[in-house]
Design a protein around this ligand. Sequence first.
Ligand SMILES: NC(=O)c1ccc[n+]([C@@H]2O[C@H](COP(=O)([O-])OP(=O)(O)OC[C@H]3O[C@@H](n4cnc5c(N)ncnc54)[C@H](OP(=O)(O)O)[C@@H]3O)[C@@H](O)[C@H]2O)c1
Length: 337
Amino acid sequence: MKAQIIGLGNVGRNLVKLLQTKTKFLAEIGANIKIVSVSDSSGTAIDENGLDLSQVMKYKKLQWKGYSKYQRGRTAIDAINNVDSDLVIELTPSTLDGEPGLTNIMTAFRARRHVVTANKGPLACAYTELIRTAEEMRVSFLYEATVAAQVPIFCMINSCFLADEIVKVEGILNATTNFIIGEIENGKTFQEALDKAIADGWAETNYADDIDGVDAARKVVILANSLFRQRVKLSDVRVEGIRRVESMIRRATLAGEKIKLVCEIEKKQGKVKTAVKLGHVPMSDPLATVKHGDMGVKFLFKTSKQIFVSAQFLGPMQTAYAVLNDSIKIALNKRSC
Ligand SMILES: NC(=O)c1ccc[n+]([C@@H]2O[C@H](COP(=O)([O-])OP(=O)(O)OC[C@H]3O[C@@H](n4cnc5c(N)ncnc54)[C@H](OP(=O)(O)O)[C@@H]3O)[C@@H](O)[C@H]2O)c1
């Protein structure tokens, strides 16, 4: 299968590393993935016979100086429209208006390409439009990595609970804020914990989306649309951040409780309520066990009752794994789990 990667940041570069180390394994399972183009914000490298990924990694570090396959100024849109491929892997930054990811993904659908993404922005802005276009064009659209990286959410719900009705989802879905909360529990001030989150690579330099709950809210929108089939927009979600968390944690620790930033989607009398809440979680709640940068989700069903899944989150390599997993599914021609 021929694939194009758009975005060679933390996730994109880790995906390239994975593809390099797993070439033999992928061939053994019948999921050969040949990368025919990679695009970043300044241009695109193309080889229709398959790029040499070690060269891609080497020249990206050198800002592409001396790489004959790199065309500065050639955009991702141009590459999608003019390079033959089966799959577009979209890994540009998550933004409030969904761009440039939204246009990249819609262009890929119209060119009849399957799409895999870790980018929350497009789904949070235009979920219905994206799903409808993918269906119209009869292409697959997989986005497991957008919510909680390796915690299997869409895959699990869409294959293991088809006979049941989901009533409520509560999750710790933002690793950065959970990391900061853990550091404050260990005695740091909010500012010291935030500085450590930036220094250790948990938070980006532009960390406001994380600590103000916006990143978590995007995930709430994706879950509400996808699992509850409700047209929820970002502006519908009641959002709290963690800027005032320090004194809350000090009091909760004395009382033997946990403070967590919890994403909540609940269906009551046919209506869906959504929120990102900063609040107390009793020690008996499995969400209280989600440590530091890890993530976890509790699902409540009508019949099968409560399911809790969590996963360690160690950074963008795990997001890249989730992206690779979705890409393998497409390579194996499985349209869903
Ligand atoms: N980091 C994680 O673990 C994680 C977890 C879950 C989801 N995600 C999502 O995954 C996506 C990628 O995350 P990341 O951490 O890899 O982001 P990142 O490090 O900021 O990288 C973004 C990449 O997109 C490229 N880019 C920006 N604008 C572009 C454009 N117009 N055309 C082509 N390429 C463009 C950038 O190019 P330059 O290299 O030229 O700057 C960069 O290579 C984001 O949407 C993020 O929210 C990330």
